[in-house]
Design a protein around this ligand. Structure first.
Ligand code: ZN
Length: 684
């Protein structure tokens, strides 16, 4: 191996000469490794496994090489085109037919297309960590270890179908079509179903994911380190060719007009054409076939043909991110932006989906972009709305695209008004507390009466036997406590259960005038004073205090029979702000917007409650038993997010929790220790 360093130096000068590569492979891997410049003689994509299996047959001199790969890739190759194959392993050779089978791990493949050399196989893959910092200090609270790679296995497409369920606006929608290989039956289901005829799921395979096109390719993000209860794949991105045509909607002085084919005017015509447009090909073919065979037979005859023809014709310099779907438990943690960012790298490196021209830009058309800046965060620029009113964003990959985009945003009459910016936070800052919250010489005793009358007879007699008749239990919760909480601080309250944490929350809530009035009416004066008023001393709140509180079983938002979006909208009165609040809380999806509270998972319920109280734009948030019902990892994600929201909006947070991972992720300015009569403050 001593020659290796020398060879790698040489490679700088000899990178593209066949001779050098030949020697290099001989030296490193022995006889199996060689480079072949061959011609595609056959493309096979079995109809019923077309996503995850395909074969390219390459002819080189008298030899044939059958390359096994995914169908989503094989289908793009055209008979007669030239490719470069480098064998990594010997493969399986059939001497009679001079055919070598190269399996998934046995080769590298490059497409040689009009002077470009585009790597095709092995597929794009990248390992990375996604650190989640404390928004205040930048300290890393936790991180994800992730592998981003193109979907090639059947299990990848099953995982994609499973995630897709969370994307669809209608929950009745079945997102995938499956087929039983044994009996040929087609079944609609969201996860691998049992064949109703064969009574087994053994031979059932995924056939298609609804909404995708034959031209779609998929990137998945896989968790490399995960707990047994975590999903393997947490997000996916679907990449398609750009939409066939696009017009822009212009609104001016209350009048709406449409400017046709806007992209071709701003950029270059051949960046968008010829595009994957089976409908257009179908129309032309249909006209011919209809004359010959009649309508019904014509339809059946053309679809397969049309698909292949459309794939062959498609050759654009723009790709479109058609979907970014993140597992609902992992929302609002930067994984959507990260997925889109890696997809852009994938597009730039491999010219996906069609692997022909180098890509100049990435296109996104998404209503969601109005309420969620995750495309803009990674460098996408808003350009216009489609004729149908959906916003369009572009990411420039090349310098040429960047120049054209910037020129347009600066000089176009309409675009110069927004300058490429679409998302504008409607939530913004709250009316920050005007002064500190002060607890001054506060004492609170808590009395409870042990009342024997209400007990069952047996217990009553048992207690009487111990000499217990009726007794007042008195406990000092706070004795002359003095604490100050500054505006915008995050404060965590800890202490043993029963030590008085909830009492502290109640006393702060009861100190606000509006609450006092409301609680007195609801509970009566006696109960109010017993639970919500200190015995002596004071809790001083700044005059502009606007409290939102969450005490499980006591103060909780009601959802009635409203969907989440309706509920939040009823508070904000602004639909974009309603969506923004839901997104902030990790409920960023149409299916969740339309869900009712009772339909949510435990983690989503916790997020929904937070969304309701945030929608009120409080400047003081009091939460008891923060994230108590969530598993460790979900609790940590929700806590980090709430930390970020409070810091950004200027909300003062008082959160009661006993969980170390939650305290860590909240990153409090101070911790209050509550324990039998004492209230102690510690700077964190
Ligand atoms: Zn069957």
């Amino acid at each position: 191996m001593a020659v290796a360093p020398l060879l790698s130096t040489l490679s700088f000068f000899l990178k593209n000469t066949n001779l050098f590569i030949f020697i290099w492979y001989e030296v490193i891997s022995g006889e199996y490794s060689m480079k072949i410049i061959g011609k595609i003689v056959e493309t096979e994509v079995p109809r019923f496994k077309h996503r995850w299996f395909g074969v390219l047959e390459v002819a080189y001199k008298k030899q044939r090489y059958r390359l096994y790969m995914s169908g989503t890739i094989a289908q793009w190759f055209i008979e007669g085109e030239t490719v470069e194959v480098r064998t990594l392993n010997k493969g399986k050779k059939d001497k009679k037919t001079s055919t070598t089978i190269l399996d998934f791990d046995d080769y590298e493949l490059y497409r040689l297309w009009k002077g470009e050399r585009i790597k095709v196989w092995p597929v794009f893959a990248k390992e990375l960590t996604h650190p989640r910092p404390d928004p205040l200090t930048g300290k890393i609270l936790y991180e994800y270890k992730i592998k981003a790679r193109e979907a090639v296995f059947e299990s990848d497409f099953e995982a994609i179908a499973s995630l897709e369920q969370y994307h669809y606006a209608s929950k009745e929608e079945i997102v995938a079509i499956w087929r039983c290989e044994k009996c040929g039956k087609f079944i609609e289901a969201n996860t691998r179903p049992t064949c109703p005829k064969c009574k087994s799921s053994k031979d059932v395979h995924i056939l298609e994911i609804r909404g995708s096109t034959p031209a779609s390719r998929f990137l998945v993000l896989e968790l490399l380190e995960r707990k047994p209860y975590e999903p393997k794949i947490v997000s996916y991105v679907r990449v398609d060719p750009p939409v066939p045509s696009m017009h822009r909607r212009i609104e001016e002085n209350g009048k709406i007009s449409v400017e046709r084919n806007i992209r071709e005017k701003v950029f270059e015509e051949d960046w968008f054409h010829p595009v994957f447009w089976p409908e257009k090909i179908a129309k032309e073919k249909m006209a011919k076939l209809r004359k010959e065979f009649g309508n019904r037979i014509a339809i059946r005859k053309i679809w397969e043909d049309v698909k292949w023809e459309a794939l062959k014709q498609c050759e654009t310099a723009v790709s479109r991110i058609a979907r970014v779907v993140v597992h609902p438990d992992y929302r609002a943690d930067g994984l959507g932006s990260l997925s889109a960012k890696i997809a852009v790298e994938w597009i730039a490196e491999r010219a996906v989906p069609e692997m022909k021209k180098r890509k100049h830009m990435v296109e996104v058309i998404a209503q969601m972009a109005r309420a969620h800046p995750f495309f803009e965060k990674i460098g996408f620029k808003y350009v216009w709305d489609t004729a149908g009113g959906r916003p369009v964003l572009y990411y420039p990959i090349t310098e040429r695209a960047r120049e054209k985009l910037e020129f347009f945003l600066k000089n176009d009459k309409h675009a110069s008004k927004h300058g490429g910016v679409l998302f504008r936070s409607r939530y913004g800052k709250v009316d920050v507390l005007k002064g500190p919250i002060e607890i001054v010489n506060m004492t609170k005793k808590y009395e409870s009466e042990l009342d024997l009358e209400k007990l069952p007879m047996e217990l009553k007699e048992l207690l009487r036997a111990f000499g217990v008749e009726s007794r007042i239990i008195e406990q000092a919760v706070f004795r002359d406590a003095n604490i100050k909480i500054e505006p915008g601080e995050i404060v965590v309250v800890v202490g043993a259960s029963g030590a008085g944490k909830t009492t502290l929350a109640r006393l702060i809530i009861g100190a606000e005038k509006e609450n006092e009035k409301m609680l007195k009416e609801k509970l009566g004066l006696e109960v109010f004073e017993r639970l919500y008023k200190p015995d002596s001393g004071k809790i001083k709140l700044p005059e502009n205090a606007k409290i939102a509180a969450l005490i499980p079983g006591e103060i909780e938002p009601t959802f009635d029979n409203l969907t989440l979006l309706e509920k939040i909208y009823s508070i904000t009165g602004d639909q974009y702000m309603a969506v923004e609040v839901l997104n902030k809380c990790g409920l960023a999806d149409a299916i969740l917007y339309r869900a009712k509270f009772s339909e949510l998972s435990t983690g989503q319920k916790e997020r929904a409650k937070l969304a309701v109280i945030l929608a009120e734009k409080p400047n003081l948030l009091v939460i008891d038993e923060f994230a108590a019902h969530l598993d460790v990892l979900t609790a940590r994600r929700v806590a980090r997010k709430i930390n970020e929201i409070c810091r950004q909006a200027g909300i003062t947070l008082i959160a009661i929790t006993h969980r170390p991972e939650v305290i860590d992720a909240l990153s409090p300015d101070k911790i209050l220790y509550v324990g039998y009569g004492t209230l102690i403050e510690q700077q964190h």
